[in-house]
Design a protein around this ligand. Structure first.
Ligand SMILES: Nc1ccn([C@@H]2O[C@H](COP(=O)(O)OP(=O)(O)OP(=O)(O)O)[C@@H](O)[C@H]2O)c(=O)n1
Ligand SMILES: C[C@](O)(CO)[C@H](O)COP(=O)(O)O
Length: 376
């Protein structure tokens, strides 16, 4: 079952009033369009992604996605309707196509999956929200009538259709302009099926839309742990790596002070009790425990609260042993346990210039910061 995505992104963004296309402006550290397309790209059911871009923006948009093998940009048109038509024509004959505005960067994986499930079942799928305001039909600044609100919905994107049907419908339009794709399908094919949208999936239209953020701020957490040398052992375990050492770190578990600090940071970010609560050092079950397995359990505890780790940044203070050649495998081990990329795990290691208990080689201290994302 092949599913393509079409992203109309060729507008001018006139109502937002920036000096360039609003989709190329930054929101929370990345261009709006990058956020939108990244969400589509993270959806496993979607294959190719075709962006309709204005001629003046096409080089910038193509460069933005050069590392995405499945994303390409084609020339859009003067209206959204034309842009969608041109991108539809450029698709590689999928079974279904999902059309999503570049200007809706807050689309969630749940919405995308619901859209795909609906189109598979019904041949069409339109993201729709029941309206909460009273809607009036007006003429000459007078209210003509007030339709029954229980039958009114605000239509969002994504909207998905059988590719053959929506392409054929778009080819029949001629010069007419539609405000969305469901209108085209309704006119030339059949009444489209709706599924539940989300208020957070709003379209960035006006400058003010860029000031209010519908997404919760990322949650951060900090964790600090220290273990003393003194165990009769020829190695320490740090970030899951076994590192030769004159003596081991004293602990009930494997003494992985780095992973312990990361676990405490994760639990703290989620406002959960610390590792002493979940893995007490009086419980024989955790004697010599592999801390990476405990880290996986912390990941699962976060998932129960609908949080997922986004990134880890930790600083190791150790006079000895030398750690540089183990840093990459530590990053990989932590990333694997947390199901994130090693690129999202930053580690630094330094001595304490001979000062204090670290400098005297009596122990190792790690300070870890993490951030969490809320999951759908
Ligand atoms: N000729 C056009 C016009 C719009 N769009 C896209 O359609 C989506 C919804 O349109 P809108 O929010 O109206 O964007 P703009 O047309 O850019 O905004 P404005 O009307 O304020 O100029 C946006 O992702 C926009 O880039 C498009 O692909 N081609
Ligand atoms: C397609 C759409 O986002 C559905 O709500 C909307 O109709 C686009 O309208 P615009 O005027 O092109 O922003």
């Amino acid at each position: 079952m092949k599913i393509s995505a079409v992203v109309p992104a060729a507008g001018a963004g006139a109502r937002a009033g920036f000096s360039k296309n609003k989709l190329l402006t930054f929101f929370r550290g990345e261009p709006v369009l990058y956020r939108t397309v990244s969400a589509l790209s993270a959806c496993e059911s979607i294959g190719e992604i075709v962006i309709a871009a204005a001629k003046r923006d096409i080089a910038e948009i193509s460069a933005m996605f050069e590392k995405f093998a499945n994303v390409r940009a084609v020339c859009g048109g003067d209206t959204r309707t034309q842009s969608v038509l041109f991108a539809l024509r450029a698709c590689d004959s999928p079974d279904y196509v999902l059309i999503h505005d570049g200007a809706r960067p807050f689309v969630t994986q749940k919405i995308l999956n619901d859209c795909i499930e609906t189109v598979r079942a019904h041949g069409s799928a339109v993201c729709a929200l029941p309206v909460t305001d009273t809607i009036a039909l007006c003429a000459e600044e007078k209210i003509g009538s007030i339709p029954d609100r229980s039958a009114l919905y605000a239509l969002q994107t994504p909207q998905a259709f059988s590719y053959a049907e929506i392409l054929a419908a778009y080819e029949k339009i001629g010069g007419e302009t539609f405000t969305d794709d469901s209108g085209v399908y309704a006119k030339f094919v059949a009444p489209p099926q709706i599924f539940a949208g989300d208020v957070k999936n709003k379209k960035l239209t006006f400058r003010e839309d860029f000031l209010s953020d519908p997404l919760p701020a990322p949650r951060v957490g900090v964790g600090i742990d220290t273990h003393a040398f003194g165990k009769a052992q020829d190695h320490i375990v740090l970030g899951g790596a076994r590192i030769p050492s004159e003596s081991g770190l004293i602990a009930h578990s494997d003494g992985d002070v780095l992973v312990h600090a990361v676990m405490d940071a994760l639990l703290s970010a989620a406002a959960l009790p610390d590792i002493g609560h979940f893995f007490p050092d009086t419980d024989p079950a955790f004697a010599d425990a592999d801390s990476l397995r405990l880290l996986e359990r912390v990941r699962d505890l976060l998932a129960e609260k609908r949080f997922a780790p986004r990134n880890v940044s930790a600083a190791i203070q150790a006079e000895r042993p030398r750690l540089q050649k183990y840093i990459f495998s530590m990053r990989e081990n932590i990333a694997r346990a947390l199901r994130i990329s090693p690129d999202d795990v930053g580690l630094s290691a330094g001595t304490n210039e001979g000062l204090g208990y670290v400098g005297e080689g009596k122990g190792i201290t790690v300070t870890a910061y993490v951030s969490l994302a809320e999951t759908d």
